[in-house]
Write a protein that binds this ligand. Structure first.
Ligand code: HEC
Ligand code: HEC
Ligand code: HEC
Ligand code: HEC
Ligand code: HEC
Ligand code: HEC
Ligand code: HEC
Ligand code: HEC
Length: 461
């Protein structure tokens, strides 16, 4: 064995390992030609003194470590409506489009998700509450912290105080792009570990109309997360459910996270294959001739910034319905669950969930909606949303109770499924909604109820 030769190879080997490592482990690969502008040096020097908090967050971040500086992100072009002269031409707001210079994949996925439409939905008919209470324009102030504002630029790149600061999820930016990446990746750390935590989503996904964080915290998943979060490798670049962590899923796991590549192998085929292999194991040639090649990797769901892509139902509107490509979406979500659960368990979870959605629609939401519409047509109440007692009862039935129940069933949170969910729905419907309808309709109410699908509660011994 020649020592010198062996030694000579080590640096080369190391080099290959480092190169290979940096290309495969680094989930984000950004070409260094795209950052480290020399014009950013002066920003850092001065802001180190004037805003040490921002400087230190930046310095600790993956950006600071990689050499992405203030100017790389804040630079503006001539003609940008929010550009202003500040040593260089810069803008305060760094939009998803600005981030896309280096993170195109995340930008594209985010932009095609429903998150990016969060301002648009405020004008949709799904906005039952806002459409006739204090007016869509006025009530925006209460909606924009989560949904997002439409940024308005005043003179010299200054942003109108009514519209900024704001990091709503669907914010409309001066460059026309939608949303804000800092909604989840808090600046200037822009960390993945922090965005993977449920609290990152719970800032908006909380409260009566959207109780996802409450559902999660009280679910077994939330319990396990609370117990083991410090062991879940939250800061690993690869964060594949079941492989890099397995203690519990967070919101990000199910709606955005990656899973290890899956072989799509039918169990029966696999058994035949193993049997044949053991019989033919001595004759390698015959084995290769008889057996089909190893099945190709079929399912490979990487992380996605499109939070809509794994959902089968649209649960938030009054009448929830299946999405267009619901089967495919569901398959993706199921593949995530199956990193930690068996197929049978997961399918039956979905059976229970679908059954609850069915019950809720058939017994409560659908008849209540039909009755309200008929009463409007009949002239018993107006078509405005919040000027009749029945409107409020109806609203509480689906917005407070219904959404709680559906989210509870979807994400295995029993408290919301029952206490804040079906209990609320039943009480509002039988004790308030139906008596109000009877009073409004007057004579013949019983047949009106029946015609619209009312199911009377029955007592069985
Ligand atoms: C000589 C010091 C100095 C230099 C150089 C400098 N800044 Fe500033 N910057 C300030 C001060 C002072 C403010 C106003 C107070 C504050 O917001 O901290 C400010 C404000 C800002 C703001 C917020 C503007 C606002 O109105 O809220 C941004 C963004 C910013 N600087 C980025 C940069 C970038 C990017 C560079 C490099 C191109 C840079 N700064 C260079 C001192 C400096
Ligand atoms: C990875 C991109 C990125 C880098 C690097 C970056 N910023 Fe920012 N910065 C942002 C984003 C995003 C916002 C939020 C603005 C918004 O969209 O509302 C912001 C906001 C700001 C603000 C205004 C908000 C506030 O909290 O006062 C200042 C000031 C600022 N940055 C200064 C700096 C300085 C100084 C540096 C360098 C030390 C820097 N930024 C580096 C992306 C970046
Ligand atoms: C000029 C190029 C550039 C721009 C613009 C940029 N980034 Fe980055 N980003 C990078 C580089 C380089 C890395 C480090 C990559 C690595 O570690 O492999 C990175 C890493 C990240 C990470 C991973 C952090 C972690 O904890 O591992 C996140 C999240 C991120 N960027 C978000 C953003 C957001 C949000 C914006 C816009 C506000 C943005 N970036 C703008 C170049 C950029
Ligand atoms: C800044 C507020 C905010 C944050 C943070 C946020 N969301 Fe959302 N999210 C919203 C709003 C508002 C909607 C409704 C938007 C719409 O329907 O257009 C929504 C909708 C959704 C939907 C339903 C999408 C659909 O197609 O119906 C999912 C799933 C979702 N968010 C998951 C997440 C996850 C997971 C996180 C954390 C990693 C998160 N959100 C963080 C505000 C937020
Ligand atoms: C605390 C954050 C928050 C605030 C404040 C908020 N929302 Fe939302 N909103 C959300 C989230 C999160 C969702 C998604 C819920 C889901 O899919 O279950 C949502 C969903 C919606 C939807 C259904 C979206 C769809 O795709 O059909 C409408 C409509 C809506 N919100 C209107 C409003 C209005 C109007 C206001 C202000 C009066 C408001 N919201 C205030 C967080 C918020
Ligand atoms: C709804 C919350 C949310 C928003 C909004 C969001 N991110 Fe992320 N981002 C996450 C989560 C969670 C992860 C970690 C995903 C995983 O498990 O790998 C992540 C990961 C990343 C990474 C690291 C990817 C990798 O492969 O290592 C980058 C870069 C990034 N985001 C950039 C962006 C940019 C750019 C935007 C705006 C267009 C954005 N993010 C908006 C939640 C968000
Ligand atoms: C164990 C996986 C899992 C976890 C953890 C999880 N979710 Fe979900 N979520 C689901 C499933 C499954 C559905 C129902 C999907 C469908 O429609 O088929 C759902 C539905 C939703 C919806 C309803 C979308 C609509 O149609 O209106 C929102 C919003 C949401 N989740 C956000 C969150 C947030 C925020 C968290 C964390 C606090 C979270 N989820 C945690 C699996 C999960
Ligand atoms: C990262 C691993 C992981 C993922 C991914 C995951 N789970 Fe779980 N889940 C767990 C663990 C751990 C438990 C606790 C086991 C127990 O019941 O003792 C659990 C428990 C459950 C329970 C039992 C709740 C109860 O009250 O008994 C249900 C239902 C469930 N998961 C459904 C799902 C569904 C549906 C998905 C996908 C949408 C999913 N899980 C994804 C780890 C995971």
């Amino acid at each position: 064995m020649n020592f010198i030769n062996a030694f000579g190879k080590i640096p080369l080997l190391l080099f290959i390992m480092i190169l290979g490592g940096s290309m495969t482990c680094g989930a984000t690969y950004v070409d260094p030609k795209n950052y480290g502008s020399p014009k950013g040096e002066v920003c850092i020097k001065c802001h180190q003194e004037t805003s040490p908090g921002i400087y230190n967050q930046w310095l600790e971040s993956a950006h600071g470590q990689a050499g992405v500086n203030c100017y790389d992100c804040h630079r503006a072009e001539k003609g940008d409506s929010d550009a202003f002269e500040h040593k260089e031409l810069i803008s305060i707001v760094v939009t998803p489009k600005d981030c896309s210079k280096c993170h195109e994949k995340e930008f594209k996925e985010f932009s095609s998700s429903h998150h990016a439409d969060a301002v648009a939905v405020l004008d949709s008919t799904d906005n039952f509450f806002g459409r006739s209470t204090w007016g869509i324009k006025n009530q925006r102030t209460a909606c924009i912290p989560c949904h997002g504002s439409t940024l308005e630029v005043q003179k010299k790149g200054k942003l109108a105080p009514a519209t900024w600061p704001n990091t709503g999820i669907g914010r409309i930016n001066p460059d026309g792009s939608k949303g804000s990446c800092t909604a989840c990746h808090t600046r200037h750390l822009f960390s993945v570990a922090q965005a993977r935590r449920p609290e990152a989503c719970g800032r908006c996904h909380s409260g009566q109309s959207q109780p996802q964080i409450e559902v999660y915290t009280r679910s077994k998943h939330g319990v396990m997360f609370a117990a083991y979060d410090n062991r879940m490798n939250m800061d690993h670049q690869k964060w594949r459910a079941g492989k890099d962590y397995y203690q519990a899923p967070t919101c990000a796991t199910c709606h955005m996270g990656s899973i290890p590549p899956q072989m799509e192998v039918k169990t029966a085929d696999e058994r035949i294959r193993t049997a044949l292999e053991s019989v033919l194991s001595k004759d390698q040639q015959l084995l290769t001739a008889l057996l089909p090649p190893t099945p190709a990797t079929k399912i490979n769901y990487g992380a996605t910034h499109d939070v809509s892509s794994r959902l089968s139902w649209k649960l938030s509107p009054v009448i929830c319905k299946k999405r267009d490509n619901w089967q495919e979406n569901r398959q993706q979500m199921e593949s995530v669950c199956q990193q930690c659960h068996g197929e049978h368990f997961v399918k039956q979870h979905y059976e229970q969930f679908d059954a609850l959605v069915g019950t809720y629609k058939k017994i409560f939401a659908d008849p209540a909606t039909r009755m309200r519409r008929a009463l409007i047509k009949h002239g018993d109440i107006t078509k405005e949303n919040f000027d009749d007692q029945l409107d409020l009862t109806y609203w509480k039935l689906w917005n407070n109770g219904g959404r709680g129940a559906l989210n509870g069933a979807a994400m295995a949170g029993p408290v919301y499924l029952w206490n804040n969910g079906m209990q609320e729905v039943s009480q509002r419907y039988y004790m308030e909604f139906i008596p109000e309808v009877k009073k409004l309709y007057g004579r013949g109410a019983d047949s009106f109820l029946r015609k619209n699908g009312y199911i009377r509660p029955t007592y069985k011994k």
